[in-house]
Design a protein around this ligand. Sequence first.
Ligand code: SF4
Length: 377
Amino acid sequence: MSRRRQRPPFLPTPAESKAHAVEMLAQVKAGARDLPGVYEMRSADGEIIYVGKSKKLRTRLLSYFRAEYPADKGARILREAAEIQWEYVPSEFASLLEELARIKRYRPRHNVAGKRDARHFAFIRVARGAAESFRVVRGAGSDEGGVFFGPFHGAMQLTEALRELNDALGLRECALDTPMHFADQADLFAMPRTPGCIRHEIGKCLGPCVGGVRRDEYAARFALARAFLEGANDVPVTALRSAMEAASDELAFERAAAIRDKITRLESLRAQFARLRFAVESLSFVYTPEPKHGDAVSYVIRRGRVRATLPAPRTAEERRAFDARVAGVFAPVERTDGTVPSHEIDELLLVTSWFTRSPKELERTTALAPAPFTLSA
Ligand code: SF4
């Protein structure tokens, strides 16, 4: 007896899909204009299955109906969609922000948030656990509330620099589910006899998995690495220098020499991380994109994040109120330890990518912070 595959309940039949597509195409042809905007595709039961944006909405929407292959993403979305809605916004930048906001709000199943902007930048994420470690990631993913450093240019170079940092400070790099056995752990007898990892044997990891280090010792070393990434450059080096002097005083010259090597590597890594780090401080200004639809809108951007969206002032009185709002955004002193809250990562990537891709747009910004407006490529 042959078993027929059941279609998931939300999928329309091919005949229903076709009827919906004909209806949506007629709607787009009749009403959509080539202006910047965002659009939503909804299924027959009202679920938002996809959110998109375009600087030319009509052209973009019509392209869905020309998808050549059934496996094309556009064709797949269209097969499930029963309704299409769109809204115009003043500029392409506005469409990017609005798309991101709606993806975060609705989490449509056909969207992969932040993927496009994450191509050229990477972050270092603090992976929590018995023994903390660092991971190179492209975005926040589902780690809401996590600690991230960045953004940095080039995931590959960043991975290499991070490996050096881990090696220099003896931090773990293994899979997150690797069991840890600290030297001061009560159940140490359960520890494997030989480490499955060469890094401990060659002195590149303190070996929290094999009782090579106490929990507090590992945590202190990890804190040094964090301080290094936070820009407190002297902290790790000073701490290691004290350890080196102590080793010399104890006539443990081999240990002292190994620590000296670590210091040298950390000092060269400092420049490497500085080169890779994107200067978010340079993205602090008021940006008013040229309006393609409706009135001009100004974005108050501080350290790469949009802190306020205001109508661009047209009169002297509006200007005074506007300036007061902007001053309010820049007034609070902010911690600049190189970390980014996870909920702001996608927006930071969006803003960073936008001005990297469209450097001419910097001409439409107004300086409000002392930071220089230079973008490293
Ligand atoms: S020595 Fe142990 S803790 Fe260190 S990287 Fe290897 S498996 Fe991980």
